[in-house]
Design a protein around this ligand. Structure first.
Ligand code: RFL
Ligand code: PHB
Length: 392
């Protein structure tokens, strides 16, 4: 098989890249190790920055997001028994976020690609990237037990944190920057109307809690738990009890309902530099991950591939590789802004196992300042809706 761009991974990054390239008339083949049903049902991110939503709209894949997504113009910070609103609309000149599940975007992108007759090969295995340092790279893999190879001009490594693309780059090329957190998030999806119109980020002495949602009838909630916690130790009743304790505020009450899915996710910050080697370009979680507290991971993945699509378009149109050469540098400024914001939100809102009473007072002081000072809450707001650089 031959194509212009081989895309490894059918998550938000790989599928959006395939979509953007097809709008420019550039051919690609997407390969994915999981089944279509698996990637369409995997529950992960839920918050789209304004710029991400605008890009989906502008490229013709935003219709369902516009009809089913929930537009929010603020979030709530809850701590010390009090509840405080951060008003994104007022602080960022009317910008906001859209709550729309990552798997819905994945479904929308798969539907548009398959309806145009462009290929996505699901359930591939033994994926290997070859000759990436040359102008003629290739990807080999097994599909239904048969060995296949895609010859191409460039490879996009969009295969997430555990994929093979990053490890295909020779030793010594990449520098990794990393931080592990001594806690994890236990996340549930529950069939119950959200008890708040806006997301609630809650600091509590027993640990962080977050109230989010997917629709007017489905709530998404998270609890900070120890890093080595097992989901088997969390029967539904224990989860609700802990959520009730941490989220409690005055007369407000948390409505409970049947839990339809639950799981535990590790928390990590990670970046590799550069995000490219030869004709291999890493995008999304393959190159960087953030703890979910800032809701940035999927947004970064979509921004990376928007930059990559522009660079590949210039390259295929005129042979000019300048933008391709600058790909990593162009992405990393935004990546590090999101790293710092996600680390900051995580540090402010979680209880660290080794922290003492002094540390807890510092966190409360930071939270109190963040909700009181217009400068401080503007900083949170402009990062949350997606910071746009004043200088290019
Ligand atoms: P993905 O989504 O991991 O997709 C990679 C795809 O590659 C496939 N793959 C392979 N395919 C072929 N060959 C191989 N060898 C392969 N190895 C792997 C995988 O099966 C998969 O389909 O990466 P991508 O596209 O870069 O997208 C990144 C996002 O998924 C991720 O950053 C977000 O989910 C992070 N995240 C959030 N991001 C936000 O922007 N807003 C949020 O509100 C938000 N909340 C979250 C989150 C992540 C969470 N977890 C589970 C870590 C909440 C949570 C709990
Ligand atoms: C979610 O709805 O899944 C969600 C919302 C905000 C976050 C992380 C996850 O910071």
């Amino acid at each position: 098989m031959r194509t212009q761009v081989a895309i490894v991974g059918a998550g938000p990054a790989g599928l959006m890249l395939a979509h953007l390239l097809s709008l420019e008339g550039i051919e690609s083949i997407v390969i994915e190790s999981r089944t279509r049903a698996y990637v369409e049902q995997r529950v992960r991110a839920g918050v789209l920055e304004q710029g991400t939503a605008d890009l989906l709209d502008a490229t013709g894949v935003g219709a369902r997001m516009r009809s089913q997504g929930l537009v929010h113009h603020g979030i709530r910070l809850r701590f010390g028994g009090g509840d405080h609103r951060i008003d994104f609309g007022a602080l960022t000149g009317g910008r906001g976020i859209i709550v729309y599940g990552q798997q819905e975007i994945v479904q929308d992108l798969i539907a548009i690609r398959l309806s145009a007759g462009h290929p996505i090969l699901f359930e591939v295995s033994d994926v290997r990237l070859r000759d990436i340092e040359t102008p003629h790279p290739s990807v080999s893999f097994l599909l239904d037990g048969a060995a296949m190879t895609i010859e191409c001009d460039a490879i996009a490594g969009c295969d997430g944190f555990h994929g093979v693309s990053r490890d295909s780059i020779p030793d010594g090329v990449l520098t990794a920057y990393e931080r592990e957190y001594p806690f994890a998030w236990l996340g549930i999806l529950a069939s119950v109307a959200p008890s708040s119109e806006e997301l609630i980020y809650c600091y509590h002495e027993r640990g962080f809690a977050l109230l989010s949602m997917r629709s007017p009838t489905v709530s998404r909630l998270y609890l900070q738990v120890p890093a080595d916690e097992r989901i088997g130790d969390w029967p539904d009743a224990r989860i609700w009890e802990e959520l009730q304790t941490r989220l409690a505020a005055g007369a407000w009450s948390l409505a409970e309902g049947p839990i339809i899915e639950k799981g535990i996710s590790a928390m990590r910050s990670f970046v590799v530099e550069p995000m490219q080697f030869g004709r291999l370009f890493l995008s999304g979680d393959a190159a960087h991950i953030v703890p979910p507290t800032g809701a940035k991971g999927m947004n970064l993945a979509i921004r990376d591939v928007s930059i990559l699509s522009d660079a590949l378009t210039a390259f295929f149109r005129s042979g000019d590789a300048t933008l391709l050469g600058a790909y990593s540098t162009s992405c990393l400024r935004r990546v590090w802004r999101a790293q710092q914001f996600s680390w900051w939100m995580t540090s402010m809102l979680h209880r660290f196992p080794d922290s003492d009473a002094y540390q807890a007072r510092l966190q409360l002081a930071q939270l109190a300042y963040t909700v009181d000072s217009r400068v401080a809450c503007t900083s949170l707001a402009e990062n949350y809706v997606g910071y746009e650089w004043a200088t290019s």
